[in-house]
Write a protein that binds this ligand. Sequence first.
Ligand code: AMP
Length: 505
Amino acid sequence: MANPLYDTLFGRHAGKTTAFLHLEGGVTLTHAGFLSRAGRFANVLSELGVKPGDRLAVQIDKSADALALYAACVQAGVIFLPLNPAYTAEEVRYFVTDSGAAAFVCQPARRNEMAPLAKDTGCQLETLGTENDGSFADRAASAPDQFETVAREADDLAAFLYTSGTTGRSKGAMLTQENLLSNAQVLVDHWGFTGDDVLLHALPIFHTHGLFVASNIMLLTGGAMIFLPKFDLEEVIAQLPRATAMMGVPTFYTRLLGDARFNRDLVGHMRLFISGSAPLLAETHVAFEQRTGHRILERYGMTETNMNTSNPYEGERRAGTVGFPLPGVELKICDPSSGQELPQGEIGVIEVRGPNVFKGYWQMPEKTREELRDDGFFITGDLGRVDEDGYVAIVGRGKDLIISGGFNVYPKEVELVLDDQPGVLESAVIGVPHPDFGEAVVGVLVPRDNGPDLAAIEAAMAGKLARYKQPKKLIVADELPRNTMGKVQKNVLRDVYAGLFTAPG
Ligand code: AMP
């Protein structure tokens, strides 16, 4: 094959007049229409002098054109580098500089704001909006829609996704054609996707979940997507009856459960709900099944590895777990300090190896060596354990581990107890500096109903957790800080409560 990723995801749908994207306002784009848009965009890239192997930084709103730009990059052998539209110009400057992007496509309204960074970094600046607007769209209008696909090898780079960088500098994860393709193929098979599926797509497409898991799967099968600009409860409820499957972060599902219209009748025809990117509370899993009759299928992955594990499509989808390693993925639980594999049932760092695992961090050979072993195992930094039936459970991020008075405290274990208390909707457990213990365990609680009775919770904790695991302080907060992918930002909580035990006075 000349270009495995292009040929398999895109090229094979050439000329197909079946629906690919259902867009706002009742507009539908066919596969052929989408590919001709991508072909024009690939011609524009070449007209701009963006060559195979160059990086194209892209910070635009989700739209059919945004996805077509991804397709164009694959066809032209250009490395696609999508960025969260929420990033400031200063943040973007880092990504453009670090990646050495040849060109940067931004939202039309931000052109002036971005012009200085483009000038300073010597990268070309173009704009693309969601309504066929912007300088890139203008160029596309007069470009041919046929483009001669650039030959690529399976090992060539297809995309850079920068890690969210909650600790230290954000790193550019280099993903190859093979990383993306192998994962899409495994997931289509594992989750039973076919060309008859219609996926409700409300995720952002600058992240692995919405771009690679969701879009690549549907591109591979030739099915269709209801492509929403973002998660909007009203719109999702309106569109669900047309869909057969949905992928989401846990907050999508908790928000749906908060609406009485979300019931068995609305989703009776659905085939599958999938959740990932952040832990799904066992309670949400149970409430979802009670309300809809569907068991959410939870899976686990990350920017650097695509998807690693999944609950089964057929068979028990076990709440509080992320299922089994996907076919072709090896997973082991290792001692964080020695790297030795631990016996089954023990908690340690999850390491994975397989065709899904990235090539390394762009221009960061040391970081790559720290996290990617010579034998190909990637040290995920997630802490997990494998139960007696082989189901993997995530118990937190390594960096969230609390060491209090020399004892290891896994936040998840404490959170599970806190979540069970009356008046508690959810909780986050963090470690904050403490003069005696090094770190002290602190529980942040989000109330429900009449709110929690803190004295009663402290008493309940005493019977359930060893003393060193019991929070030294419980704090009630309106909500937990979350990023766009629904992940609780524990670094933010740690900053807010850093002075709890050490601040003067
Ligand atoms: P990202 O690179 O932004 O996709 O974030 C990846 C991280 O999200 C993983 O390393 C996990 O810490 C977390 N994550 C992803 N899926 C799950 C899940 N199903 N349960 C718990 N954590 C998850």
